[in-house]
Design a protein around this ligand. Sequence first.
Ligand code: HEM
Length: 85
Amino acid sequence: MGPELDDGFTEGNVETSEWRTPPLWGIGLSANSQGGQMFLLHDGRASSIEEAIELHGGEADNSKAQYLSLTPKEKSQLIKFINSL
Ligand code: HEM
């Protein structure tokens, strides 16, 4: 997932920037179970879906670039969709 999410720790033969790809279903409800705020990514550092996407790198670089190239309206439609999962 690139240098931003590389924490320098590993388990077994997993690279230090490799993380489990989490399922996104139910993500719109996560703030309800986390005191009204979202804590996303492996260490909870992202407090919004937008922030989590912007921290993608490595194999997900292309997806991040495509997200960043969307218009503000398209971005908000995508976030609305993800929140509805
Ligand atoms: C439009 C495309 C994508 C969107 C909207 C998206 C969205 C997200 C979101 C919201 C999270 C945080 C989930 C959570 O913490 O519960 C996440 C995490 C993650 N995504 Fe994506 N993602 C996309 C593409 C990709 C791609 C292409 C890859 C890999 C090739 C990827 C790999 C991951 C991984 C490994 C994590 C967990 C990282 C960590 O815990 O630090 N994602 N993604």
